[in-house]
Design a protein around this ligand. Structure first.
Ligand code: HEC
Length: 150
């Protein structure tokens, strides 16, 4: 994960402007120097993909198309924001390649819940998620789980 993204995310948890009951209290204990050191440490790691049963090939293919080109229901290409190969892009766009299948499905469902509670900001992940079908969510998750970020 990009160092600038990690530092920005930890700073927002610390300030309380990014929501998470788990991460906010942890981030509050971190100094700016801690945040900087952690961001650099984690951005330098290159973990292998999490071991998991191979997802269905047709799901992986559909997820690849969605990531590169988007969907005909108005879903933009995932990698247009998340960077080449989903490796992340700067402070705002996290790396998503290599994330485990279930993690991606959960995160996308969380964004969908948020989209139902409040009109999503244009260009936000919440808005993107509000357009995703359940099938697209599983396709994206399958593809990302077998994609190395480089
Ligand atoms: C318009 C830009 C944009 C597009 C297109 C986009 N995303 Fe995102 N995505 C974001 C932003 C910004 C965040 C960070 C949001 C946050 O943390 O609140 C994000 C966060 C995520 C996360 C959470 C990652 C994590 O580690 O917490 C996942 C998973 C994700 N996106 C998947 C996708 C998938 C799959 C697609 C394609 C269907 C997609 N995104 C398309 C902007 C985008």
């Amino acid at each position: 994960m990009n160092a600038d993204y990690l530092a920005h995310a930890l700073t927002m948890f610390k300030a309380g402007t990014r929501r998470s009951d788990v991460m906010q209290p942890i981030a509050k204990t971190l100094s700016d120097a801690d945040i900087n050191a952690l961001a650099h440490f984690f951005s330098a790691q290159n973990p292998p993909l999490a071991p998991a049963p191979a997802p269905a090939t047709d799901l992986v293919t559909a997820g690849n198309t969605l990531a590169m080109h988007g969907g005909d229901n108005g879903v933009p290409a995932c990698f247009s924001c998340h960077g080449e190969n989903g490796r992340g892009n700067g402070q705002r766009f996290p790396g998503i390649a290599g994330e485990p299948d279930a993690f991606v499905v959960n995160r996308l469902h969380e964004f969908q819940v948020r989209a139902k509670a409040d009109t999503p900001k244009p260009g936000s992940m919440t808005e993107v998620a509000s357009k995703l079908t359940e099938e697209q969510i599983h396709a994206a998750a399958a593809f990302l789980s077998v994609t190395q970020p480089h």
